[in-house]
Design a protein around this ligand. Structure first.
Ligand code: AMP
Length: 507
Protein backbone atom coordinates (compact mmCIF):
# COMPACT_ATOMS: atom_id res chain seq x y z
CA UNK A 1 0.00 0.00 0.00
CA UNK A 2 1.19 3.53 -0.72
CA UNK A 3 1.59 6.09 2.04
CA UNK A 4 -1.36 8.17 0.94
CA UNK A 5 -3.66 5.16 0.84
CA UNK A 6 -2.62 4.28 4.39
CA UNK A 7 -3.28 7.82 5.63
CA UNK A 8 -6.59 7.92 3.80
CA UNK A 9 -7.67 4.51 5.11
CA UNK A 10 -6.95 5.74 8.64
CA UNK A 11 -8.80 9.03 8.14
CA UNK A 12 -11.84 7.37 6.56
CA UNK A 13 -12.74 5.85 9.92
CA UNK A 14 -12.98 9.29 11.51
CA UNK A 15 -13.72 12.00 8.99
CA UNK A 16 -15.24 14.29 11.62
CA UNK A 17 -12.15 14.14 13.81
CA UNK A 18 -10.24 17.42 14.05
CA UNK A 19 -6.95 17.11 12.18
CA UNK A 20 -5.50 20.59 12.67
CA UNK A 21 -6.36 23.22 15.24
CA UNK A 22 -4.54 26.34 16.32
CA UNK A 23 -4.02 29.97 15.41
CA UNK A 24 -6.02 31.03 12.36
CA UNK A 25 -7.86 27.72 12.01
CA UNK A 26 -11.16 28.75 13.59
CA UNK A 27 -12.95 27.30 16.58
CA UNK A 28 -13.48 23.91 14.95
CA UNK A 29 -10.13 23.61 13.18
CA UNK A 30 -9.79 21.49 10.04
CA UNK A 31 -11.28 17.98 10.08
CA UNK A 32 -9.71 14.93 8.48
CA UNK A 33 -12.67 14.86 6.08
CA UNK A 34 -12.00 18.44 4.94
CA UNK A 35 -8.26 17.85 4.75
CA UNK A 36 -8.51 14.84 2.45
CA UNK A 37 -11.37 16.27 0.41
CA UNK A 38 -9.22 19.30 -0.40
CA UNK A 39 -6.18 17.10 -1.03
CA UNK A 40 -8.28 15.15 -3.54
CA UNK A 41 -9.25 18.28 -5.45
CA UNK A 42 -5.72 19.62 -5.30
CA UNK A 43 -4.43 16.30 -6.64
CA UNK A 44 -6.83 16.70 -9.58
CA UNK A 45 -5.59 20.26 -10.03
CA UNK A 46 -1.95 19.13 -9.98
CA UNK A 47 -2.77 16.54 -12.61
CA UNK A 48 -4.40 19.25 -14.73
CA UNK A 49 -1.19 21.27 -14.42
CA UNK A 50 0.73 18.38 -15.96
CA UNK A 51 1.95 16.60 -12.82
CA UNK A 52 2.08 12.87 -13.57
CA UNK A 53 3.15 10.05 -11.24
CA UNK A 54 6.85 10.30 -10.44
CA UNK A 55 7.03 14.04 -11.23
CA UNK A 56 8.48 16.28 -8.56
CA UNK A 57 6.55 19.01 -6.75
CA UNK A 58 9.04 21.33 -5.09
CA UNK A 59 7.79 23.36 -2.14
CA UNK A 60 9.51 26.22 -0.36
CA UNK A 61 6.75 27.84 1.66
CA UNK A 62 6.01 29.03 5.17
CA UNK A 63 4.34 26.48 7.40
CA UNK A 64 0.56 26.30 6.95
CA UNK A 65 -2.22 23.72 6.65
CA UNK A 66 -2.22 24.45 2.89
CA UNK A 67 1.33 23.10 2.72
CA UNK A 68 0.12 19.88 4.38
CA UNK A 69 -2.74 19.71 1.87
CA UNK A 70 -0.22 20.12 -0.93
CA UNK A 71 1.93 17.35 0.54
CA UNK A 72 -1.07 15.01 0.69
CA UNK A 73 -2.23 16.05 -2.80
CA UNK A 74 1.23 15.33 -4.21
CA UNK A 75 1.24 11.84 -2.68
CA UNK A 76 -2.33 11.24 -3.81
CA UNK A 77 -1.39 12.19 -7.38
CA UNK A 78 1.49 9.70 -7.21
CA UNK A 79 4.04 12.50 -7.50
CA UNK A 80 7.17 13.14 -5.44
CA UNK A 81 7.22 15.81 -2.73
CA UNK A 82 10.36 17.93 -2.39
CA UNK A 83 10.22 20.25 0.65
CA UNK A 84 12.89 22.89 1.11
CA UNK A 85 13.99 25.00 4.03
CA UNK A 86 12.42 28.43 3.86
CA UNK A 87 15.77 29.95 4.81
CA UNK A 88 17.38 29.05 1.46
CA UNK A 89 18.18 32.05 -0.70
CA UNK A 90 17.20 32.33 -4.37
CA UNK A 91 20.78 31.47 -5.32
CA UNK A 92 20.74 28.29 -3.24
CA UNK A 93 17.30 27.46 -4.58
CA UNK A 94 18.60 27.59 -8.14
CA UNK A 95 20.63 24.46 -7.41
CA UNK A 96 17.73 22.50 -5.87
CA UNK A 97 15.52 23.64 -8.65
CA UNK A 98 17.77 22.37 -11.41
CA UNK A 99 18.62 19.20 -9.49
CA UNK A 100 15.07 18.15 -8.63
CA UNK A 101 13.72 19.28 -12.02
CA UNK A 102 10.20 19.74 -10.67
CA UNK A 103 7.06 20.01 -12.76
CA UNK A 104 5.57 22.49 -10.31
CA UNK A 105 7.60 24.64 -7.94
CA UNK A 106 6.10 26.63 -5.09
CA UNK A 107 8.40 29.47 -4.16
CA UNK A 108 8.05 32.59 -2.02
CA UNK A 109 9.31 34.72 -4.92
CA UNK A 110 9.08 32.69 -8.14
CA UNK A 111 10.53 35.53 -10.20
CA UNK A 112 13.73 35.55 -8.13
CA UNK A 113 14.83 32.34 -9.81
CA UNK A 114 14.35 33.59 -13.34
CA UNK A 115 17.71 33.57 -15.08
CA UNK A 116 19.48 32.38 -11.94
CA UNK A 117 22.67 30.56 -12.88
CA UNK A 118 22.40 26.85 -12.47
CA UNK A 119 25.30 24.43 -12.18
CA UNK A 120 23.14 21.47 -11.38
CA UNK A 121 22.53 18.59 -13.64
CA UNK A 122 18.97 18.47 -14.90
CA UNK A 123 18.38 15.91 -17.60
CA UNK A 124 18.22 17.20 -21.15
CA UNK A 125 14.72 18.08 -22.23
CA UNK A 126 13.46 18.65 -18.68
CA UNK A 127 11.71 21.90 -18.22
CA UNK A 128 9.91 23.41 -15.31
CA UNK A 129 6.29 23.98 -16.27
CA UNK A 130 5.25 26.24 -13.51
CA UNK A 131 6.70 28.27 -10.65
CA UNK A 132 4.34 30.15 -8.44
CA UNK A 133 3.59 31.17 -4.89
CA UNK A 134 1.58 28.93 -2.60
CA UNK A 135 -1.21 31.49 -2.62
CA UNK A 136 -1.42 31.48 -6.43
CA UNK A 137 -1.26 27.70 -6.59
CA UNK A 138 -3.94 27.33 -3.90
CA UNK A 139 -6.24 29.68 -5.81
CA UNK A 140 -5.89 27.54 -8.94
CA UNK A 141 -6.22 24.19 -7.22
CA UNK A 142 -9.22 25.28 -5.15
CA UNK A 143 -11.11 25.79 -8.42
CA UNK A 144 -11.25 22.03 -8.93
CA UNK A 145 -14.59 20.50 -8.05
CA UNK A 146 -13.84 16.78 -8.40
CA UNK A 147 -11.21 14.87 -6.42
CA UNK A 148 -8.64 12.66 -8.11
CA UNK A 149 -8.81 9.02 -7.01
CA UNK A 150 -5.60 8.14 -5.14
CA UNK A 151 -2.98 6.84 -7.57
CA UNK A 152 -1.89 3.35 -6.50
CA UNK A 153 1.73 3.29 -5.40
CA UNK A 154 3.91 0.36 -4.45
CA UNK A 155 6.31 0.41 -1.49
CA UNK A 156 9.28 0.95 -3.85
CA UNK A 157 7.81 4.01 -5.56
CA UNK A 158 9.34 7.33 -4.66
CA UNK A 159 7.27 9.49 -2.28
CA UNK A 160 9.64 12.31 -1.36
CA UNK A 161 13.12 13.70 -1.80
CA UNK A 162 14.65 15.32 1.27
CA UNK A 163 17.73 17.40 0.68
CA UNK A 164 20.33 16.89 3.38
CA UNK A 165 21.68 20.00 5.05
CA UNK A 166 24.82 19.68 2.90
CA UNK A 167 27.43 21.09 5.21
CA UNK A 168 30.17 19.57 3.05
CA UNK A 169 29.84 20.02 -0.68
CA UNK A 170 26.55 19.96 -2.46
CA UNK A 171 23.38 19.05 -0.71
CA UNK A 172 22.16 15.60 -1.73
CA UNK A 173 18.55 14.57 -2.29
CA UNK A 174 17.68 11.50 -0.20
CA UNK A 175 15.12 9.44 -2.13
CA UNK A 176 12.46 8.12 0.23
CA UNK A 177 9.93 5.57 -0.95
CA UNK A 178 6.37 5.00 0.18
CA UNK A 179 7.64 1.86 1.92
CA UNK A 180 10.38 3.77 3.75
CA UNK A 181 8.00 6.40 5.09
CA UNK A 182 5.08 4.13 5.89
CA UNK A 183 7.11 1.44 7.67
CA UNK A 184 8.77 4.09 9.82
CA UNK A 185 5.49 5.81 10.64
CA UNK A 186 3.85 2.53 11.63
CA UNK A 187 6.82 1.52 13.77
CA UNK A 188 6.78 4.84 15.65
CA UNK A 189 3.05 4.83 16.11
CA UNK A 190 3.26 1.47 17.87
CA UNK A 191 6.48 2.22 19.73
CA UNK A 192 5.23 5.51 21.13
CA UNK A 193 1.74 4.17 21.87
CA UNK A 194 -0.10 6.67 19.72
CA UNK A 195 -3.83 6.80 20.53
CA UNK A 196 -6.82 8.51 19.00
CA UNK A 197 -7.23 10.89 21.88
CA UNK A 198 -3.63 12.07 21.61
CA UNK A 199 -3.21 15.76 20.86
CA UNK A 200 0.16 16.74 19.42
CA UNK A 201 1.60 20.21 19.93
CA UNK A 202 3.38 20.82 16.62
CA UNK A 203 5.82 23.72 16.52
CA UNK A 204 8.49 22.22 14.23
CA UNK A 205 9.06 23.29 10.65
CA UNK A 206 7.49 21.03 8.01
CA UNK A 207 10.30 20.93 5.47
CA UNK A 208 12.30 18.48 7.60
CA UNK A 209 11.93 14.81 8.53
CA UNK A 210 11.10 15.60 12.17
CA UNK A 211 8.13 17.93 11.69
CA UNK A 212 6.87 16.55 8.38
CA UNK A 213 7.25 12.80 8.66
CA UNK A 214 7.74 11.84 12.29
CA UNK A 215 5.23 14.22 13.81
CA UNK A 216 2.57 14.40 11.11
CA UNK A 217 2.57 10.75 10.06
CA UNK A 218 2.13 9.53 13.64
CA UNK A 219 -0.84 11.85 14.14
CA UNK A 220 -2.39 11.28 10.71
CA UNK A 221 -2.15 7.47 10.91
CA UNK A 222 -4.20 7.30 14.06
CA UNK A 223 -5.85 9.80 13.18
CA UNK A 224 -5.60 12.36 15.96
CA UNK A 225 -5.47 16.11 16.50
CA UNK A 226 -2.48 18.31 15.74
CA UNK A 227 -2.22 21.73 17.39
CA UNK A 228 -0.45 23.42 14.57
CA UNK A 229 1.71 26.37 15.64
CA UNK A 230 3.35 28.49 12.95
CA UNK A 231 6.71 28.28 14.72
CA UNK A 232 8.26 27.44 18.05
CA UNK A 233 8.11 29.86 20.92
CA UNK A 234 7.99 28.84 24.59
CA UNK A 235 4.92 31.05 25.09
CA UNK A 236 2.98 29.49 22.21
CA UNK A 237 3.85 25.94 23.27
CA UNK A 238 2.94 26.58 26.91
CA UNK A 239 -0.33 28.11 25.82
CA UNK A 240 -1.11 25.05 23.69
CA UNK A 241 -0.38 22.53 26.47
CA UNK A 242 -3.75 22.36 28.26
CA UNK A 243 -5.57 19.38 26.75
CA UNK A 244 -2.52 18.27 24.75
CA UNK A 245 -0.66 14.98 25.29
CA UNK A 246 2.45 14.91 23.08
CA UNK A 247 5.19 17.38 22.15
CA UNK A 248 8.07 16.88 19.75
CA UNK A 249 10.98 19.28 19.75
CA UNK A 250 14.67 19.75 19.16
CA UNK A 251 16.96 20.15 22.21
CA UNK A 252 17.01 23.94 21.88
CA UNK A 253 13.24 23.95 22.33
CA UNK A 254 13.60 22.18 25.66
CA UNK A 255 16.30 24.59 26.78
CA UNK A 256 14.03 27.50 25.92
CA UNK A 257 11.01 25.92 27.58
CA UNK A 258 13.09 25.49 30.74
CA UNK A 259 13.90 29.21 30.65
CA UNK A 260 10.17 29.88 31.07
CA UNK A 261 9.09 29.79 34.73
CA UNK A 262 5.57 28.89 33.52
CA UNK A 263 6.84 25.41 32.65
CA UNK A 264 5.83 23.54 35.80
CA UNK A 265 4.73 20.04 36.77
CA UNK A 266 1.20 21.34 36.75
CA UNK A 267 1.48 22.89 33.27
CA UNK A 268 2.86 19.57 31.97
CA UNK A 269 0.46 17.37 33.91
CA UNK A 270 -1.76 16.38 30.97
CA UNK A 271 1.19 15.45 28.78
CA UNK A 272 2.19 11.82 28.32
CA UNK A 273 5.13 12.14 25.93
CA UNK A 274 7.91 14.64 25.25
CA UNK A 275 10.10 13.61 22.33
CA UNK A 276 13.48 15.13 21.50
CA UNK A 277 15.69 14.62 18.49
CA UNK A 278 17.55 16.05 15.48
CA UNK A 279 20.51 16.98 17.68
CA UNK A 280 21.96 15.63 20.93
CA UNK A 281 19.98 16.41 24.06
CA UNK A 282 22.38 17.32 26.82
CA UNK A 283 21.98 15.20 29.97
CA UNK A 284 21.67 18.42 31.99
CA UNK A 285 18.64 19.42 29.94
CA UNK A 286 17.11 15.97 30.39
CA UNK A 287 17.65 16.16 34.14
CA UNK A 288 16.47 19.75 34.52
CA UNK A 289 13.30 18.91 32.61
CA UNK A 290 12.58 15.95 34.83
CA UNK A 291 13.27 17.97 37.96
CA UNK A 292 10.89 20.70 36.79
CA UNK A 293 8.04 18.64 35.34
CA UNK A 294 8.42 15.18 36.83
CA UNK A 295 8.54 13.77 33.28
CA UNK A 296 11.41 12.26 31.34
CA UNK A 297 12.07 13.40 27.80
CA UNK A 298 12.19 10.52 25.32
CA UNK A 299 15.20 10.99 23.06
CA UNK A 300 15.31 9.37 19.66
CA UNK A 301 17.78 9.47 16.80
CA UNK A 302 17.24 9.63 13.08
CA UNK A 303 18.15 11.34 9.85
CA UNK A 304 16.74 12.42 6.51
CA UNK A 305 18.03 9.24 4.83
CA UNK A 306 16.25 6.83 7.15
CA UNK A 307 13.62 8.61 9.21
CA UNK A 308 13.87 7.36 12.78
CA UNK A 309 16.53 4.80 13.54
CA UNK A 310 16.60 4.36 17.33
CA UNK A 311 14.41 5.43 20.23
CA UNK A 312 14.46 5.32 23.97
CA UNK A 313 11.58 3.16 25.19
CA UNK A 314 8.11 4.40 26.07
CA UNK A 315 8.06 1.96 28.99
CA UNK A 316 11.41 1.40 30.65
CA UNK A 317 14.51 3.46 31.23
CA UNK A 318 15.03 6.59 29.16
CA UNK A 319 18.69 7.20 29.74
CA UNK A 320 20.12 10.70 29.25
CA UNK A 321 22.94 10.73 26.72
CA UNK A 322 21.66 7.64 24.89
CA UNK A 323 19.31 7.39 21.94
CA UNK A 324 17.88 4.01 22.86
CA UNK A 325 17.32 0.89 20.80
CA UNK A 326 17.05 0.28 17.09
CA UNK A 327 13.46 0.31 15.84
CA UNK A 328 11.80 -3.08 15.21
CA UNK A 329 12.78 -4.49 11.80
CA UNK A 330 15.86 -2.26 11.68
CA UNK A 331 19.45 -3.31 12.29
CA UNK A 332 22.51 -1.39 13.46
CA UNK A 333 26.21 -2.23 13.50
CA UNK A 334 29.48 -0.41 14.10
CA UNK A 335 32.39 -0.40 11.72
CA UNK A 336 35.81 1.21 11.50
CA UNK A 337 36.34 3.63 8.65
CA UNK A 338 37.92 0.80 6.68
CA UNK A 339 34.86 -1.37 7.26
CA UNK A 340 36.21 -3.71 9.96
CA UNK A 341 34.03 -4.77 12.90
CA UNK A 342 34.95 -2.84 16.07
CA UNK A 343 35.57 -4.51 19.45
CA UNK A 344 32.62 -4.68 21.83
CA UNK A 345 31.96 -1.40 23.59
CA UNK A 346 34.27 0.57 21.26
CA UNK A 347 33.30 3.58 19.18
CA UNK A 348 32.64 3.01 15.49
CA UNK A 349 30.76 4.47 12.55
CA UNK A 350 27.12 3.50 12.76
CA UNK A 351 25.77 1.54 9.81
CA UNK A 352 22.10 0.72 9.41
CA UNK A 353 19.78 -1.51 7.44
CA UNK A 354 16.01 -1.83 7.39
CA UNK A 355 12.75 -0.94 5.65
CA UNK A 356 13.15 2.71 6.67
CA UNK A 357 16.50 3.18 4.92
CA UNK A 358 16.38 5.19 1.69
CA UNK A 359 17.44 3.75 -1.65
CA UNK A 360 20.02 6.39 -2.58
CA UNK A 361 20.70 9.99 -3.50
CA UNK A 362 18.75 11.50 -6.34
CA UNK A 363 20.81 11.45 -9.53
CA UNK A 364 24.03 10.86 -7.61
CA UNK A 365 24.95 7.21 -8.22
CA UNK A 366 28.56 7.68 -7.08
CA UNK A 367 27.56 9.33 -3.81
CA UNK A 368 25.00 6.56 -3.32
CA UNK A 369 27.58 3.85 -3.93
CA UNK A 370 30.01 5.50 -1.48
CA UNK A 371 27.34 5.68 1.20
CA UNK A 372 26.50 1.98 1.33
CA UNK A 373 28.65 -0.99 2.34
CA UNK A 374 27.24 -4.45 1.52
CA UNK A 375 23.70 -3.12 1.67
CA UNK A 376 24.26 -1.20 4.93
CA UNK A 377 23.97 2.59 4.92
CA UNK A 378 26.94 4.35 6.46
CA UNK A 379 25.30 7.04 8.59
CA UNK A 380 28.44 9.08 9.22
CA UNK A 381 27.57 9.17 12.92
CA UNK A 382 30.00 7.71 15.43
CA UNK A 383 28.37 5.63 18.12
CA UNK A 384 28.77 3.10 20.87
CA UNK A 385 26.41 0.19 21.51
CA UNK A 386 26.24 -1.39 24.97
CA UNK A 387 25.63 -5.06 25.70
CA UNK A 388 21.86 -4.52 25.88
CA UNK A 389 21.80 -2.91 22.42
CA UNK A 390 21.44 0.65 23.66
CA UNK A 391 23.00 3.15 21.27
CA UNK A 392 24.86 6.36 22.23
CA UNK A 393 25.81 8.84 19.53
CA UNK A 394 29.32 10.23 20.01
CA UNK A 395 29.22 12.76 17.17
CA UNK A 396 29.47 13.10 13.42
CA UNK A 397 32.41 11.28 11.86
CA UNK A 398 33.44 14.43 10.06
CA UNK A 399 33.52 16.29 13.38
CA UNK A 400 35.98 13.82 14.83
CA UNK A 401 39.21 15.64 15.69
CA UNK A 402 42.46 13.85 15.00
CA UNK A 403 45.11 15.59 17.04
CA UNK A 404 48.66 14.27 16.93
CA UNK A 405 47.26 11.07 15.45
CA UNK A 406 44.86 10.52 18.33
CA UNK A 407 41.08 10.51 18.00
CA UNK A 408 39.18 13.03 20.06
CA UNK A 409 35.39 12.69 20.15
CA UNK A 410 34.02 16.21 20.64
CA UNK A 411 30.99 14.96 22.52
CA UNK A 412 33.14 13.44 25.24
CA UNK A 413 34.97 16.73 25.83
CA UNK A 414 31.73 18.73 25.62
CA UNK A 415 30.06 16.54 28.20
CA UNK A 416 32.84 17.30 30.69
CA UNK A 417 33.04 21.00 29.82
CA UNK A 418 29.29 21.44 30.21
CA UNK A 419 29.40 20.32 33.83
CA UNK A 420 32.11 22.82 34.85
CA UNK A 421 31.23 26.01 36.75
CA UNK A 422 30.22 28.96 34.63
CA UNK A 423 29.82 26.96 31.40
CA UNK A 424 26.37 27.16 29.90
CA UNK A 425 27.23 25.02 26.89
CA UNK A 426 30.10 24.24 24.58
CA UNK A 427 31.06 23.05 21.12
CA UNK A 428 34.36 21.26 20.64
CA UNK A 429 35.94 21.15 17.21
CA UNK A 430 39.27 20.89 15.42
CA UNK A 431 41.29 23.58 13.66
CA UNK A 432 44.46 23.19 11.59
CA UNK A 433 47.66 23.04 13.61
CA UNK A 434 51.21 22.76 12.29
CA UNK A 435 52.42 20.18 14.83
CA UNK A 436 49.28 18.27 15.68
CA UNK A 437 47.56 18.32 12.30
CA UNK A 438 44.46 19.43 14.11
CA UNK A 439 44.15 21.10 17.49
CA UNK A 440 41.18 20.60 19.78
CA UNK A 441 39.49 23.90 20.63
CA UNK A 442 36.15 24.81 22.17
CA UNK A 443 33.58 27.54 21.77
CA UNK A 444 31.95 28.19 25.13
CA UNK A 445 28.86 30.05 26.21
CA UNK A 446 29.56 31.41 29.68
CA UNK A 447 27.51 32.25 32.73
CA UNK A 448 29.84 35.19 33.36
CA UNK A 449 29.31 35.62 37.10
CA UNK A 450 29.99 31.94 37.82
CA UNK A 451 32.96 31.50 35.46
CA UNK A 452 36.26 31.00 37.31
CA UNK A 453 38.35 31.85 34.23
CA UNK A 454 40.09 29.84 31.48
CA UNK A 455 42.96 28.74 33.74
CA UNK A 456 40.72 27.04 36.31
CA UNK A 457 38.55 25.54 33.58
CA UNK A 458 41.48 24.04 31.71
CA UNK A 459 42.90 22.71 34.98
CA UNK A 460 39.58 21.00 35.73
CA UNK A 461 39.55 19.53 32.23
CA UNK A 462 43.06 18.19 32.67
CA UNK A 463 41.91 16.34 35.76
CA UNK A 464 39.03 14.72 33.94
CA UNK A 465 40.50 14.04 30.51
CA UNK A 466 43.70 12.80 28.91
CA UNK A 467 45.90 15.77 27.99
CA UNK A 468 45.48 15.31 24.23
CA UNK A 469 41.72 15.81 24.58
CA UNK A 470 41.95 19.10 26.47
CA UNK A 471 41.19 22.13 24.27
CA UNK A 472 44.15 24.28 23.36
CA UNK A 473 41.97 27.37 23.31
CA UNK A 474 38.56 28.43 24.60
CA UNK A 475 36.55 30.94 22.61
CA UNK A 476 33.74 32.66 24.51
CA UNK A 477 30.60 33.22 22.43
CA UNK A 478 27.23 34.75 23.31
CA UNK A 479 25.45 31.79 21.66
CA UNK A 480 26.52 28.77 19.63
CA UNK A 481 25.69 28.99 15.92
CA UNK A 482 22.75 26.64 15.35
CA UNK A 483 20.41 25.92 12.48
CA UNK A 484 16.64 25.79 12.92
CA UNK A 485 16.81 22.09 13.85
CA UNK A 486 19.08 22.94 16.77
CA UNK A 487 22.23 21.47 15.22
CA UNK A 488 25.42 23.32 16.13
CA UNK A 489 27.06 24.50 12.91
CA UNK A 490 30.56 23.18 13.47
CA UNK A 491 31.53 23.99 9.89
CA UNK A 492 30.98 27.61 10.65
CA UNK A 493 33.02 27.40 13.85
CA UNK A 494 35.83 25.62 12.02
CA UNK A 495 35.84 28.36 9.38
CA UNK A 496 35.66 31.19 11.93
CA UNK A 497 38.62 29.91 13.94
CA UNK A 498 40.62 28.23 11.14
CA UNK A 499 43.49 30.71 11.46
CA UNK A 500 43.93 30.34 15.21
CA UNK A 501 47.21 28.45 14.95
CA UNK A 502 48.30 29.58 11.52
CA UNK A 503 51.82 30.93 11.09
CA UNK A 504 50.46 34.43 10.85
CA UNK A 505 48.31 34.21 13.94
CA UNK A 506 50.93 32.41 16.02
CA UNK A 507 52.79 34.64 18.42
P1 AMP B 1 18.96 15.39 9.52
O1 AMP B 1 19.13 14.54 8.33
O2 AMP B 1 18.93 16.84 9.23
O3 AMP B 1 17.78 14.95 10.34
O4 AMP B 1 20.25 15.18 10.44
C1 AMP B 1 20.54 13.91 10.91
C2 AMP B 1 21.68 13.97 11.89
O5 AMP B 1 21.28 14.64 13.09
C3 AMP B 1 22.11 12.61 12.34
O6 AMP B 1 22.96 11.99 11.39
C4 AMP B 1 22.80 12.93 13.66
O7 AMP B 1 24.12 13.39 13.44
C5 AMP B 1 21.97 14.08 14.20
N1 AMP B 1 20.98 13.62 15.20
C6 AMP B 1 19.67 13.40 15.05
N2 AMP B 1 19.12 13.00 16.21
C7 AMP B 1 20.11 12.96 17.13
C8 AMP B 1 20.21 12.64 18.51
N3 AMP B 1 19.14 12.30 19.22
N4 AMP B 1 21.42 12.69 19.10
C9 AMP B 1 22.52 13.04 18.41
N5 AMP B 1 22.50 13.39 17.11
C10 AMP B 1 21.32 13.35 16.47
Amino acid sequence: MGLYEALWTAAEQRLEQCAFSGPGLGAEGVSYGALHERAGRWAAGLRALGVTPGDRVLVQAEKSVEVVVLYLATLRAGAVYVPLNTAYTAKEMAYFFADAAPTVAVLPAPEALAGAPSEAHSEPGEEVCLRLTLEALAARLDEETEGLAPVARSPEDLAAILYTSGTTGRSKGAMLSHGNLLSNAEALRTLWGWARDDVLVHSLPIYHVHGLFVALHCAMLEPSEVRFLPRFSPEAVLEALPGATVFMGVPTHYVRLLDAPELTAQAAAGMRLWVSGSAPLRPETHEAFEARTGQKILERYGMSEAGMITSNPLEGARLPGTVGFVLPEGEVRLRSEAGAAVPEGAVGVLEIRGPNVFSGYWRQPEKTAESFRDGWFITGDMAQIDETGRVSIVGRHKDLVISGGLNVYPREVESVLDTLPGIEESAVFGVPHRDFGEAVVAAVVLKEDAYPGDGATLAALREALAAFKVPKALFPLATLPRNTMGKVQKNQLRADYAETFSERAAP
